[in-house]
Design a binder for this molecule. Structure first.
Ligand code: PLP
Length: 366
């Protein structure tokens, strides 16, 4: 047998939210609701669809390798120099580029426990050491993170808002944390859910790029823009970081359809506003229903909510599957009594609550 690199022994394949097709096949169901992967239930911009269809005729040509048109448009959109951007095959790819480029075997990367799992996996692939800092009430513990930094630390990953808890770190706390980090440590702020944040107590990190040349911000077209399958995410950082990441980038990492879709999506404010408005009312609905059911949840700034069922959540997850509703059980994320639920369309939220109430009731009465 061909031996793998020893780092592969410490990782497993990514476990995504259960795909709709899989559940339909397994249980012979016609109708399935997926509230498991924080996708946009309203789809994606019709302008993006039109642009992607139009671009289809060019798929026999490779795309441009550094996504110059999208970079230029993003730079105008965010009022930041085009030299600060790198475009990835989803922000997942940029996380990989970061560890590939910066992490030597044996070096440490600090991150919360629990947070987006791709940080840890990519650190392990490079032979690095993930240093996981427990959360405080589902929120990053800024002080503990700062204390976890050693001379051997190379990267800090901060997911803000955090997946899976949906929480944010307040702006002063985050700024103080960034100030406390030595300049030779890369601070990665993963802002995949940036657009959903609904408080002023949130650090507008882009304003600090010049002050902190060791800061890198990640954002994506997969969530509020609804282009999860197109695979487009981007990183914003000092040009010296961007230049290093570009060296190891796959040449044609972002395909032509994805470029066309992302460019058009940036023009569709109407779709973004609709998504945000509906997400907000869905959040308020779910929160009020959880309260009615006597359940607690982490305060979320995203398109998902982590709710505490105060009982083994895996069993509830399985019962919900049978009813055709896919959510994410918390046991894999270190919260065995919690479910992570993507905020759906009004009718999906209502069906989820009805099913949850039934299942919880059955649990109590059997
Ligand atoms: C916090 C966070 N970062 C990154 C990603 C990856 O997103 P993308 O689709 O851009 O690769 C996700 C996806 O769920 C996420 O939740």
């Amino acid at each position: 047998m061909v031996q793998t690199r020893k780092q592969m022994n410490s990782i497993a394949m990514y476990s995504p939210g259960k795909p709709v097709e899989e559940l339909k096949r397994e249980l012979g169901l016609d109708k399935v609701i997926k509230m498991a992967s924080n996708e946009n239930p309203y789809g994606f911009s019709p302008l993006a669809e039109k642009a992607m269809m139009k671009e289809m005729k060019n798929v026999h040509y490779y795309p441009e390798i550094t996504s110059p048109v999208l970079t230029e448009k993003l730079s105008k959109h965010l009022n930041t120099s085009a030299h600060n951007f790198i475009i990835g095959n989803g922000s997942d790819e940029i996380i990989r580029m970061i560890t590939r480029t910066y992490l030597n075997p044996g070096e440490e990367a600090v991150m919360a426990s629990v947070t987006f799992p791709r940080y840890k996996t990519n650190v392990l692939i490079e032979g690095g050491t993930p240093v996981e800092v427990p959360m405080r009430d589902g929120t990053h513990d800024a002080e503990a993170i700062s204390e976890a930094v050693t001379p051997n630390t190379k990267i800090i990953f901060m997911c803000n808002p955090n997946n899976p808890t949906g929480t944010i770190l307040g702006k002063n706390e985050l700024l103080q944390l960034i100030q406390s980090i030595p300049p030779d440590v890369l601070v990665v702020l993963d802002e995949a859910y940036y657009e959903y944040v609904h408080t002023d107590d949130y650090l507008q990190s882009l304003d600090y790029l010049e002050d902190f040349p060791n800061l890198m911000i990640l954002r994506t077209f997969s969530k509020v823009y609804g282009l999860a399958s197109a695979r487009v995410g981007y990183g914003i950082a000092h040009p010296s970081i961007i230049q290093e990441l570009l060296k190891g980038k796959e040449p044609f990492n972002v395909n032509r359809l994805a470029h066309a879709g992302a460019l058009a999506a940036l023009d569709d404010k109407e779709f973004m506003d609709l998504t945000l408005e509906k997400n907000e009312s869905g959040r308020l609905y779910l929160e009020s229903q959880f309260t009615r059911l006597g359940l607690t949840y982490f305060p979320t700034h995203t398109n998902f909510i982590m709710v505490d069922l105060a009982t083994e959540a895996e069993a509830i997850y399985q019962h919900l599957l049978v009813k055709g509703i896919i959510v994410r059980p918390g046991h894999m994320m270190g919260y065995p009594t919690m479910l992570r639920v993507t905020i759906g369309k009004p009718e999906e939220n209502e069906q989820f609550i009805t099913a949850l109430e039934q299942v919880l009731h059955e649990q109590v009465t059997t």
